[in-house]
Design a protein around this ligand. Structure first.
Ligand SMILES: Cc1cc2nc3c(=O)[nH]c(=O)nc-3n(C[C@H](O)[C@H](O)[C@H](O)COP(=O)(O)OP(=O)(O)OC[C@H]3O[C@@H](n4cnc5c(N)ncnc54)[C@H](O)[C@@H]3O)c2cc1C
Ligand SMILES: NC(=O)c1ccc[n+]([C@@H]2O[C@H](COP(=O)([O-])OP(=O)(O)OC[C@H]3O[C@@H](n4cnc5c(N)ncnc54)[C@H](O)[C@@H]3O)[C@@H](O)[C@H]2O)c1
Length: 479
């Protein structure tokens, strides 16, 4: 495989070993292709150390306590504060203490060759790797290079922001202490999940939302129910305001945030949860006639538009910034790379084919792990109407289901199903309420499977579970 230390030829070179790069490598190795994997930080990527894993480890005790407080006979036992030190220690375990030995061993176990260093394209099918010690490797790919370099947090360029040392999602998921006061700018998924964690751990959280409410990409009731609960928990949610400058007084002093309405807020830390940018600025894209710093546009097999060897998989292609969706793309791209390399059979790139990431357009599931949880798959009503579908939204109060009442006293929640009136299939579903995260996959199966409403009528939910909401939604649709 290697003809010299610095120069090596592989069937496939994967740049970036987050969950997505790992899965591309897993698939290409399973197909018998020699594969090099290049990682500049930690194998496992953002998800393992500063995103999904630590954030969910922080959220689990918060949400479990909130649920338990609504169960008669149990609530009195869980009125005390969370043990913040134990929660943070649990988080540290789930972030593997920011060490990647286990994941490096896994990569080696699948037979991939691992290179630690910054990967850069240097031309067609050519990648250089600059190691931490300055060493240089030049890798050539016979068939494909897969860029899986993910995304990083965006911090708006406000006066004073750099000197204020703001938190991004990295600090918000890895902080060692609970700040007394935390201002969060942005009310997307990172904003609401981190507000839920840090408010419950003892910080006083203020959210600054420039728009009308939280979770603007979901159905409006999702943001409303999450905002209601966060406010009850003690958070201060301000909508229609933007930060205009940020100033930290001295190295350890508080931060003063100026708002566009003239107000000032003093805080101990400020978190910018204001979206993501692609990690493509130092990737050598200019050597293959692509623009550094841009998201990489791909076809449904995840191959970069206009190229026959370059793939972009996961966050970096901007199709759906979610680990499970990136791993799905990795399975599709890995299969496409192998099929093209082996040239044995034509690719199935038609809608829902083995080499087409069709679900990225039609059935992307997401769970927001707040109290209450918010989960959705497929289209919202607004998105379906924008796309020109003739649809009907069917709504049901989740509290009016036997299973919900048993799950929690005073259960609050809502469900919406978007039905395509021409095809009589479900285009989208949103659930908001305690304990609904695990319900989402039933909706994903219905949407991705394009299961006709007439057949869904025969999918009987067990009594008394929260899933009975399916029956109520179908009854409401059929009148
Ligand atoms: C706070 C937070 C919580 C989240 N929670 C969830 C969740 O609960 N569920 C969910 O599905 N998604 C969640 N996400 C989104 C999820 O983290 C991303 O969708 C996922 O990490 C994308 O995987 P990836 O492999 O494409 O990129 P990444 O995980 O970003 O990995 C990319 C890897 O490439 C490496 N790299 C970059 N450039 C180079 C280079 N030039 N050379 C070599 N290596 C390079 C990076 O070091 C990194 O290790 C969350 C995100 C955040 C910020
Ligand atoms: N549970 C999960 O699945 C999960 C959890 C966390 C993150 N993620 C993923 O990570 C990605 C990043 O999350 P995110 O919350 O950072 O991004 P986001 O795009 O979901 O939300 C960012 C929010 O910040 C606002 N914003 C942007 N610039 C601003 C500014 N200058 N001032 C004020 N507000 C501003 C936007 O209007 C938007 O509402 C998302 O795509 C999400 O899917 C997923």
């Amino acid at each position: 495989m290697t003809d010299a230390v610095e120069n090596a030829v592989y069937d496939v070179v994967v740049i970036g070993a987050g969950p997505v790069g790992e899965n591309v490598a897993d698939r290409t190795r399973a197909a018998g292709l020699s594969t090099a994997v290049v990682e500049t930080e930690l194998v496992g990527g953002e998800c393992s150390y500063w995103a999904c894993m630590p954030s969910k480890a922080l959220l689990r005790p918060v949400v479990a306590r909130a649920d338990a407080r609504k169960v008669p006979g149990l609530s009195a036992a869980v009125q005390g504060p969370l043990d913040a030190a134990a929660v943070l220690a649990h988080r540290d375990d789930y972030a593997s203490h920011w060490k990647d030995d286990g994941q490096v061993a896994w990569l080696e176990g699948i037979g991939a060759d691992f290179y630690r260093g910054q990967g850069r394209l240097t031309g067609t099918k050519a990648v250089s790797v600059t190691g931490p010690d300055g060493s240089e490797h030049r890798l050539t790919a016979r068939h494909a290079v897969a860029v899986c370099t993910g995304s990083r947090a965006v911090v708006p360029d406000l006066p004073g922001v750099a000197d204020a040392r703001p938190w991004t999602s990295r600090e918000a998921t890895s902080a060692k202490e609970v700040p007394g006061r935390l201002v969060i700018v942005g009310g997307g998924v990172v904003g609401v999940e981190m507000a839920t964690v840090w408010q419950a751990l003892g910080a006083h959280v203020t959210m600054l939302i420039r728009g009308k409410g939280l979770l603007p990409k979901m159905e409006p009731f999702a943001g409303e129910l999450v905002a209601e609960a966060l406010t009850e928990a003690g958070a201060d949610i301000r909508t229609g305001v933007s930060a205009t400058s940020v100033r930290r007084a001295g190295p350890d002093g508080p931060v003063t945030v100026e708002l566009d309405n003239g107000e000032r807020i003093e805080t101990d830390e400020i978190l910018f949860a204001t979206g993501r940018a692609p990690r493509t600025d130092d990737l050598g894209l200019e050597t293959v006639e692509l623009k550094p710093g841009s998201w990489l546009e791909v076809d449904d097999s995840c191959r970069v538009e206009g190229s026959n060897w370059l793939y972009a998989v996961g966050d970096v292609n901007h199709r759906a910034l979610l680990t499970h969706q990136g791993k799905y793309q990795a399975r599709i791209a890995g299969a496409a790379i192998a099929a093209r390399a082996q040239g044995t059979a034509p690719l199935s790139t038609e809608r829902w084919g083995a080499h087409a990431a069709t679900a990225d357009h039609a059935a992307v599931p997401q769970v927001v792990f707040t109290d209450p949880e918010a989960a959705s798959v497929g289209l919202t009503l607004a998105a379906a109407e924008r796309a020109g579908h003739r649809v009907r939204a069917v709504d049901h109060d989740l509290a009016a289901v036997a299973g919900s009442g048993l799950y929690a006293d005073g259960y609050r929640g809502h469900a919406r199903m978007i039905v395509d009136l021409d095809r009589e299939i479900v285009l989208g579903v949103t659930f908001v309420g305690p304990g609904i995260g695990e319900l989402l996959h039933s909706a994903t199966v219905a949407v991705a499977g394009e299961v006709p409403i007439d057949r869904l009528w025969h999918a009987v939910p067990a009594y008394p579970t929260i899933s009975e909401v399916w029956l109520r939604l179908l009854e409401a649709y059929r009148g």
